[in-house]
Design a protein around this ligand. Structure first.
Ligand code: FES
Length: 144
């Protein structure tokens, strides 16, 4: 099990309204941390479809809907219900005083088809996902 990583101050996070989010850099990617009724959930901020920021998505229960093409992701597993090979990184969230910590969860063992050998009838065979190919806009992270 990996360790929690200190990613910044939790001050602004605790002031969020339910369903809204902030983005923190963690583990080599941007991570969107959402406030929920029960606490917080954290997933990769970059949509694996075409790179939209998932921090602008709509969270309903454990379903996060991307604002661009409405793919939905389970925030417990990271798996997309639109394309089962498509999986976000999911993080455990811990707040200790004013400090926010994230811990990467292991990916689910088997959601995912082998993307190197798509089914011949798979419409997705034309999509070669490369996150660096799509916009990787630098984000301003507040180091408050
Ligand atoms: S960019 Fe997210 S569903 Fe298309």
């Amino acid at each position: 099990m990996s360790e929690y990583i200190h990613v910044g101050s939790a001050t602004r996070l605790t002031k969020l309204t339910r369903g809204s989010s902030r983005v923190y850099p963690c583990n080599g990617e941007d991570v969107a941390v959402f406030r929920t009724r029960e606490g917080y959930v954290a997933v990769s901020d970059t949509c694996p479809h075409m790179g939209a920021s998932l921090s602008h998505g709509r969270l309903s229960g454990n379903q996060l809907e991307c604002s661009w093409h409405e793919w939905k992701f389970n925030t417990d597993t990271g798996v997309s219900d639109a394309r089962d090979w498509c999986c976000l990184n999911v993080y455990d969230v811990r707040i200790d005083g004013d400090k926010l910590f994230l811990r990467p969860r292991p990916k689910p063992e088997k959601p995912i088809r082998d993307r190197s050998a798509p089914d011949a009838s798979d419409e997705e065979k034309w999509i070669e996902w490369d996150p660096d190919r799509y916009f990787k806009k630098p984000k301003d992270h507040d180091n408050d």
